[in-house]
Ligand binder design. Structure first.
Ligand code: HEM
Length: 183
């Protein structure tokens, strides 16, 4: 995962605890990576999980809750890293449908080696959207939080449920979203 995500995890841990606690968590970690993490670098997902696992143990938060809260908190912080025009939409649904072909495409240009998830969409009703998420990382709880963060950002709460499905012998997660008003 990109260093920029490690930086956000660090900021998040400091925000929900304090710098001293973060230093304790960080020095407790056994990372594969020996050099310091920097934004443009790419580091093993195992190192991110090591940091998250040490943090949840120290802060006594279940992993799914930590991932969901981190996702929700991350969204406005991720937005700061892309041009404002990328989020210049009235409705969260219109924005969400650009994440695969615009936002994460830009992410791949900005951050060499970035490997964001794959999304495709089923758009059969103005108030609904199905996002099919495909990633070997299976960060389903993080997705929950990001969806909540998008709803909050656009001031339009999103109800959602998720369902594991099979595709080409692999696993995907279908997010069934319902918006307060149609796009
Ligand atoms: C607002 C702008 C966004 C930016 C700048 C952004 C950027 C990124 C970056 C840099 C990564 C790390 C990729 C890597 O290290 O290989 C990532 C991963 C991810 N993004 Fe986005 N993202 C944005 C919006 C979203 C939204 C709205 C969603 C979901 C609805 C989303 C879902 C994810 C997930 C779940 C991952 C984790 C990687 C995985 O599951 O394989 N992102 N994103």
């Amino acid at each position: 995962m990109k260093g920029v995500i490690f930086d956000l995890v660090e900021e998040f841990i400091i925000e929900i605890s304090d710098e001293e606690t973060f230093e304790e968590i960080f020095s407790d970690c056994n990372f594969i990576t020996e050099e310091p993490f920097v934004g443009p670098g790419t580091y093993p997902d195992e190192d991110l999980m090591e940091l998250l696992n040490k943090a949840i143990t120290k802060l006594d938060i279940p992993l799914p809750d930590a991932l969901r809260s981190f996702g929700k908190w991350s969204f406005p912080n991720l937005v700061k890293k892309i041009p404002p025009s990328f989020v210049d939409f009235e409705h969260p649904k219109t924005f969400l449908m650009t994440v695969e072909n615009i936002v994460h495409v830009e992410v791949r240009k900005l951050y060499i080696d970035a490997n964001p998830p794959r999304f495709d969409f089923e758009d059969n009703h103005p108030d609904h959207l199905v996002i099919n998420y495909e990633s070997s990382r299976r960060l389903y709880d993080l997705m929950d939080g990001l969806i909540e963060g998008v709803g909050e950002y656009f001031n339009s709460p999103i109800k959602y449920s998720r369902e594991i499905a099979e595709r080409d012998g692999g696993e995907i997660c279908k997010y069934h979203l319902t918006f307060a008003t149609g796009a």
